[in-house]
Write a protein that binds this ligand. Structure first.
Ligand code: ATP
Length: 304
């Protein structure tokens, strides 16, 4: 569906995307995970044919965005990071106007809107003003709008940023259904739980480069241990205590508020810490996550 080789984007002297290779197969949910400024949105904009690549090769549906932008766009759905709904119009009319942009006949667009409102559970809000919708409803409406042309690829730039946990789960559920219906999903996120929930395959981006590529579980297996023991001591004590426990784990990370000890058996690590006469204020054993992968690969956390 999408193939990029050595894809680059520069703004003046600044390199936002520094030669990335990506290949997206039909029907997968493909994620770009990375912190703010990693180059995710710049990559999406090139794929969506709204920002020309500075270098490298890009093909979407086998076509070149520079030559065939309109043909590619007709087969894409785009759900941008910011809500770009028309606040002058009600829910129904937001979809209607978009359907007509795509040249759908009036009769067809009406049927399609009914289907989509049902899909995003907004049928009873059809006549509501956009301003009166909650954040989660607005995002669902934007997703419905992006589906009006029955796209083969749906591009979502941070689909659940700013939403509360319940609203995020509703969006994940809808996106999962779309994937089951065969739509290829391309999404950016800086939430590791979102990447773990939705993505079959993902790349981890940092400073314009891809630093890892794989399935969520594969990335965790390749770049982290099964478990992590978290130890919280007093403020300012973590640096000095790290040296006393680092030999108990395969790897250690020192964060301002805690120590992370990477081991396949977190409970044994905690027992050994206590055995040395150390008494952390709090301990926790958890499974490794994509956040640990990112921390290992870049030395930084995903969300500050
Ligand atoms: N039009 C532009 N002009 C100059 N610099 C830009 C432009 N667009 C993006 N950048 C810079 O390129 C870098 C990558 O931005 P991009 O939006 O692609 O990152 P991102 O990973 O999507 O982050 P975010 O999560 O904040 O959207 C950033 O440092 C940004 O400031």
């Amino acid at each position: 569906m999408i193939s990029a080789r050595g894809l680059r984007k520069t703004f003046g002297d600044f390199e936002a995307v520094r030669g990335i290779d990506v290949s997206v197969r039909p029907g997968v949910a493909f994620g770009f995970l990375g912190p703010n400024g990693a180059g995710k949105s710049s990559t999406m904009r090139m794929i969506c044919c709204v920002s020309p690549p500075t270098g490298g090769e890009l093909r979407v549906f086998g076509m070149d965005p520079a030559q065939d932008g309109p043909k590619i766009k007709a087969r894409l759905g785009v759900c941008p990071q910011e809500d770009t709904l028309d606040v002058e119009l009600n829910v129904y009319d937001n979809l209607y106007v978009y359907g007509r942009y795509f040249g759908l006949p009036r009769a067809e667009v009406k049927g399609r809107i009914e289907e989509l409102l049902d899909f995003v559970q907004l049928t009873d809000k059809a006549k509501a003003k956009v301003d009166d919708l909650s954040g989660g409803m607005k995002r669902r409406l934007t997703i419905a709008r992006s589906l009006i042309n029955r796209p083969e690829i749906l591009v979502l730039d941070e689909p659940t940023t700013g939403l509360d946990p319940q609203a995020r789960h509703v969006i994940w559920d809808r996106l999962f259904r779309l994937k089951q219906a065969g739509v290829t999903l391309l999404l950016t996120t800086h939430y590791m739980d979102e990447a773990e929930q939705l993505c079959d395959e993902l790349v981890v981006m940092d400073q314009g480069r891809i630093v890892a590529h794989g399935t969520p579980l594969g990335l965790i297996r390749d770049h982290s241990t099964r478990e992590v023991a978290e130890l919280r001591f007093g403020v300012g004590e973590h640096e000095s205590l790290a040296a006393k426990v680092e030999d108990l784990a395969e790897r250690i990370e020192v964060l301002p508020d805690r120590l992370l000890l990477y081991s396949d058996d977190g409970e044994s690590v905690i027992e050994a810490v206590h055995g040395r006469g150390l008494t952390p204020a709090a301990t926790l054993v958890r499974r490794s996550s994509l956040e640990d992968v990112f921390l290992h690969l870049t030395g930084r956390t995903l969300v500050d």
